[in-house]
Design a protein around this ligand. Structure first.
Ligand SMILES: Cc1cc2nc3c(=O)[nH]c(=O)nc-3n(C[C@H](O)[C@H](O)[C@H](O)COP(=O)(O)OP(=O)(O)OC[C@H]3O[C@@H](n4cnc5c(N)ncnc54)[C@H](O)[C@@H]3O)c2cc1C
Length: 452
């Protein structure tokens, strides 16, 4: 235990963020690093991830930050024989709107560092969707329903347009995290199971971190502390009297077995862009309207319902999610799940993939449920950098993108701690953006804030 009583850097949290921070510090030569977590590594929010990545972001700060993270992941995938199953199948955004209604959206993306936009319409169609593992970026726009049907016949004929963002796909969050942690440990980073209960400062800044291990209180002397506590980052910041502009919103996903083979195994991660009302029959509508507890099921639901095949070619599993919740709450270690969520999801998904109606009456068992927090800022950008006390740093608000961002985020926080040169996006991704007169406009729609 004695060897733990001092460390050059202490990291609170061994989620995707904390282990990436440790890895990139160690790679910079800062190896006297101690990660403290009260749970097993990667077992909290980082175990709930849908495990998708994309460079398709609606502002250049995030697009460049994510491009950097994807560059790092691609290099790691190459050097590790793809130990974390990185697969570039793209994100397929589908809508019942004709392509001409997407002009503003596409014009907006065409100005950003996300790659070129290629339109495929009825007259000219050289689109090839199974171009996985390619180095394509930008997006292919399937601008006619017949093209959507040709390549994605499981989709409703109401789908008019599809936007296939190419520098996107899936990774295993657990495998990536375990790889980074193991490599960091080889470079002598240490991991300790304990509950951080206080952070002490003196006239020079951070002085020590107090934690409880098996009921016994310990103190670690350190001059650098990284708060990577996920949903609990605001609580940990409060130990230093720092208030963070961060809140948590519970989101859920489910996985079921696609026993009728509705979703082709090679399908990309597919997102329904449109808002919708769920499809109830007249009697169901009356019943729901008369019950205060369930009236909300008649409200309009947001765009963003997503679905993908999960596992390899022979796996029967599909994963579905929908960030329908907009209400911030105090995070719990074991969040409650909404019992009716699987039914809501399948009803919504059947709107654009009619074959899923088969599961509405009889849901294949078991239904695997995931519930975790999008811990975020109102503009849906992370906070990575100094935390207001000398030697204190924050690495949080990774919202629904912490798996894909972890490498660039770890690299960035390591540069802040080491006092090295920072990338051009560093200030806008740190708390400094709230001081800046030129700080970014905060988006209100899902497309503006990149939640989709
Ligand atoms: C439903 C869902 C789907 C998602 N899908 C995707 C996706 O497709 N792609 C993507 O990129 N991202 C996705 N995400 C987001 C991603 O999972 C998160 O952004 C990421 O896991 C956050 O990692 P973290 O390390 O910040 O937090 P966490 O994983 O929560 O880690 C924080 C750690 O801090 C520890 N801790 C907290 N307080 C203390 C304390 N006082 N003492 C000791 N330890 C403490 C906790 O035990 C925990 O292990 C999704 C998230 C959810 C909820």
């Amino acid at each position: 235990m004695k060897s733990f009583e001092k460390a050059d850097v202490v990291i609170c949290g061994a989620g995707s963020a904390g282990v990436a921070a440790a890895y990139f510090l160690a790679k910079r030569g800062i190896t006297d690093v101690l990660i403290i977590d009260k749970h097993p590594p990667l077992s909290q929010t980082s175990a709930k991830s849908g495990e998708n990545y994309r460079n398709w972001w609606p502002n250049n700060m995030m697009a460049r930050f994510m491009n950097r993270s994807i560059d790092i992941m691609e290099d790691l995938a190459k050097s590790t024989d793809n130990v974390f199953n990185m697969e570039q199948r793209g994100y397929l955004y589908v809508t019942e709107k004709p392509e001409n209604k997407l002009r503003d959206y596409l014009h907006h993306y065409s100005q950003l560092d996300v790659g070129a936009i290629r339109i495929h319409d009825d007259g000219k169609n050289d689109y090839a969707f199974l171009d996985s593992q390619s180095d394509l970026d930008g997006a292919d726009i399937l601008a006619h329903p017949s093209i959507v049907q040709e390549f994605f016949p499981h989709m409703s004929t109401n789908i008019q347009t599809a936007v296939h963002a190419r520098r996107a796909g899936s990774i295993s969050a657990q495998q990536l995290g375990i790889y980074l942690l193991e490599e960091a440990r080889k470079l002598s980073v240490r991991l300790l199971k304990g509950d951080v209960i206080a952070v002490k400062k003196d006239s020079q800044g951070i002085k020590a971190v107090d934690l409880v291990i098996d009921g016994t209180q310990r103190r670690i002397q350190t001059r650098s502390f990284i708060n990577a506590a996920g949903p609990f980052a605001p609580e940990v910041a409060s130990y230093l009297d720092v208030e963070l502009p961060i809140f948590s919103i519970l989101q859920q996903k489910i996985a079921i077995q696609d026993i009728h083979g509705v979703i082709p195994r090679e399908a990309p991660f597919t997102i329904f862009m449109d808002e919708q009302y769920l499809d109830w029959d007249e009697q169901e509508k009356k019943d729901l309207a008369s019950d205060e507890e369930f009236q909300w099921l008649l409200d309009k639901f947001p765009g963003g319902l997503h679905i993908k095949p999960e596992g390899g070619k022979d796996s029967p599993w599909i994963k579905l999610g929908w960030a329908i919740n907009r209400v911030a709450e105090e995070p719990l270690w074991e969040p409650d799940i909404t019992p009716e969520f699987p039914d809501i999801l399948l009803r919504g998904a059947a709107r654009f993939i009619p074959g899923l109606k088969a599961y509405l009456d009889k849901l294949p068992k078991p239904v695997v449920r995931y519930a975790g927090y999008y811990t975020k800022t109102k503009e849906n950008m992370p906070v990575i950098g100094p935390m207001g006390v000398d030697g204190a740093y924050i690495l949080s608000a990774l919202s629904g993108f912490g798996t894909m961002a972890s490498c660039a985020a770890g690299e960035l926080i390591a540069a802040w701690v080491a006092g090295d040169e920072l990338p051009e996006y560093a200030s806008q991704l740190s708390l400094e953006r709230y001081d800046s007169k030129t700080s970014m406009e905060t988006g209100t729609s899902l497309y503006q804030n990149g939640e989709l």
